[in-house]
Design a binder for this molecule. Structure first.
Ligand SMILES: Cc1ncc(COP(=O)(O)O)c(C=O)c1O
Length: 345
């Protein structure tokens, strides 16, 4: 059985008895605006992917790193799932709340997991040399915590000084280039994952990248069957990563929409503590309340993502609503909060 993720509308449709086409899916952190994909030329469908087509060069320019550090993968999920097996077994610091696939992958590869709550507690674990490696999701999904470049660089130096690795998942980092370690790559002891799914709104394309020293890129590449990244995925990826004008507009659009969305949910749901990124906002609070709100929204056909109970607290992630449904979602959220006040209050 796989782990639970956002975006599973069919399962929600069955659970709540509402047809798939009536759902508003806010359960992921994928942009509601995607890079506009032009018609894919027939030749791209007809022919095998060409590793010399220039995708890695274009990606390196976008990430600000050296081209030899870049490995294209079928979604950053591929890299984060199979890379831990290539890292010397040890103790790895892992965010207590974070994209759960990391934990599963490191455990599967035989590492020992040491939880951390936030950047400050991670720093303590590394200062005290309790861990060999650290996994940071920056910004973190779902907590939204964003670590600064300097702290990450210091953590990398400390870990690498003892032969360890810093692994940074930058799947949601495209609107925070100032916080990214991608421009340092390749450097020994540092691995960065990037996704084309979230900021570009192209999750269905299954394209991502690992940025790492060449030996690690080769190690991961050797686990992949040939042509794992399809020719259309490479072709569309090149277009999206090279389109700096659209990227500029998208950053502005996402920043504006996310700021407004954060204000809105804070006002409508005062019982939760909110933290925002440019691609989603997350509210944390009393577990029963979160569960009630998730259910109320579900009964109204709005899918949110509810995270597990840790110490009596749960987190709900609210993806950005598309402009066409924003007013409707706000109305349904007000109604749902009303339900929770009656039922839980
Ligand atoms: C933090 C994080 N990293 C990586 C991924 C994997 O994304 P993808 O394989 O689409 O690049 C996800 C998916 O939700 C995620 O939340």
């Amino acid at each position: 059985m796989g782990l639970k993720h956002g975006g599973n509308v069919s399962a929600a449709a069955e659970r709540f008895g509402i047809p798939v086409e009536r759902w508003i899916d806010l359960s992921t952190g994928i942009s509601p605006w995607n890079w506009p994909v032009p018609p894919v030329p027939e030749a791209v469908w007809r022919t095998l992917p060409d590793p010399g087509d220039g995708l890695e060069l274009i990606a390196a320019t976008f990430f600000g790193c050296a081209p030899e550090a870049v490995l294209a993968v079928p979604g950053s999920q591929y890299a984060l799932q199979y890379m831990p097996a290539n890292i010397p077994r040890g103790k790895v610091a892992m965010p207590q709340r974070g994209y759960a696939e990391h934990r599963a992958a490191w455990m599967q590869a035989g590492h020992r997991i040491i939880d951390y709550r936030d950047g400050a507690s991670l720093q303590k674990l590394v200062d005290a040399a309790v861990v060999d490696h650290a996994l940071v999701i920056n910004p973190n999904n779902p907590t939204g915590e964003l670590l600064g470049q300097q702290q990450l660089q210091d953590l990398h130096q400390q870990l690498h000084g003892k032969g360890g690795y810093l692994v940074v998942d930058e799947a949601f980092a495209d609107t925070n280039p100032d916080h990214s370690l991608s421009p340092l790559c390749p450097v020994p002891g540092l691995i960065v994952y990037r996704s084309v799914g979230k900021f570009f709104g192209l999750a269905g394309l299954r394209l991502g990248f690992m940025l790492a020293p060449a030996s690690l890129c080769h190690a991961l590449e050797s686990t992949m069957p040939p042509w794992q990244v399809s020719h259309p995925a490479r072709w569309i990826g090149m277009g999206a990563l090279a389109d700096s004008q659209w990227q500029l507009e998208q950053r502005h659009r996402l920043d504006t929409a996310a700021e407004r969305w954060l204000q809105t949910v804070r006002t409508i749901v005062p019982d939760l503590n909110f933290c925002g990124t440019s691609l989603f906002v997350s509210g944390t609070g009393e577990a029963l309340y979160c569960q009630g709100l998730y259910q109320s929204m579900g009964r109204r056909g709005v899918l949110l993502r509810l995270f597990p109970d840790i110490g009596g607290q749960r987190t709900i992630r609210f993806g950005l609503p598309a402009p066409a449904v924003r007013a409707q979602v706000e109305h349904l959220l007000r109604e749902s909060v009303g339900d929770c006040v009656c039922a839980c209050g």
